[in-house]
Design a protein around this ligand. Structure first.
Ligand code: IPD
Ligand code: CA
Ligand code: CA
Length: 269
């Protein structure tokens, strides 16, 4: 992607993300309609939909040739990453949004010809914007995030994953996960995939594992994490599919192989 074009897209997206965040903050204490989608823990609110609509309108007006791949129904039917594709989750962490009124994010990953070029994760209530352009590093607001430290032992690592990993489930033997939990320093569950990936890019969490998420949950955060030297595969060690649901492991490169070989390969069903 031409650098001048990329810079222009980045500046537009940054402005729209901030504006969308301001609209959410204005509505944060208003009564909202909460509905469920795939199951009773999969929530969506009027604010999720309004935020996606706001972003979709701006993207379409300014870049009619770009495609939008998004969660709440205002996107296109995206079947390939040819051209420029915006992968958008208007609110990642809707349960946090509903229960806590904080700890949720707007997530945007912008891909060109299949390559992640621009990533944003905006922690709306904290007003912290994580952003990255491929090859130019990742930022937390205006502060450039350092590259991950050169070495890391698995025993010192703090990993992000949720309670489902320790319950009986269809993806992985929970007994193997219990061994992993005993091996590492700690586990954190934040309720937003996008924020967890931003924390990997900030170096405050050393890795993040998901069993089955949509591209919009991870697109923005993966681009950020990549810029500080973190690596991403699915749980089997293969490339993550950005067109459909997949598993992911994003982590410090020093612990990737050990997690996959000593735990995931042994536990995956
Ligand atoms: C959810 C969050 C959460 C993850 C869920 C996702 P949503 O996204 O990323 O951390 O565990 O599986 O669906 O629904 O709040 O956009
Ligand atoms: Ca999400
Ligand atoms: Ca969402």
């Amino acid at each position: 992607m031409d650098n001048a074009v990329r810079n222009e897209i980045y500046e537009h997206a940054k402005k729209w993300v901030h504006e969308a965040g301001e609209l959410i903050r204005q509505k944060i204490n208003d009564p909202m309609i909460i509905e469920t989608k795939a199951h009773d823990k999969d929530l969506v609110t009027t604010v999720d939909k309004e935020t996606e609509y706001f972003l979709a309108e701006n993207i379409r007006k300014t870049y009619p040739e770009h495609l939008l791949f998004s969660e709440e129904g205002y996107g296109d039917d995206v079947t390939s990453l040819d051209g420029t594709v915006w992968i958008v989750d208007p609110i990642d962490g809707t349960m946090n949004f509903v229960q806590q009124r904080r700890n949720f994010a707007i997530s945007i990953g912008i891909f060109h010809q299949g390559i992640g070029e621009i990533g944003f994760v905006y922690d709306v209530m904290a007003d912290v914007l994580y952003s990255a352009k491929r090859g130019e590093g990742a930022y937390k607001n205006d502060e450039k995030l350092p590259m991950l430290k050169s070495e890391l032992e698995l025993g010192e690592a703090v990993l992000g994953f949720n309670h489902k990993w320790l319950c009986e489930n269809s993806v992985i033997d929970e007994k193997v996960v219990q061994q992993l939990v005993k091996r590492i320093r700690g586990v954190r569950a934040y309720g937003s995939a996008a924020l967890k990936l931003a924390y990997v890019s900030e170096g405050i969490v050393d890795g993040y594992l998901t069993m089955n998420l949509a591209p919009w949950d991870i697109a923005g955060g993966m681009i950020l994490a990549n810029e500080v030297g973190a690596v991403t595969t699915n749980l089997s060690g293969g490339e993550v599919n950005m067109l459909t649901n997949d598993s992911t492991l994003t982590c410090h490169p020093a612990i990737q192989n050990e997690i996959i070989q000593n735990f995931l390969v042994k536990g995956l069903k």
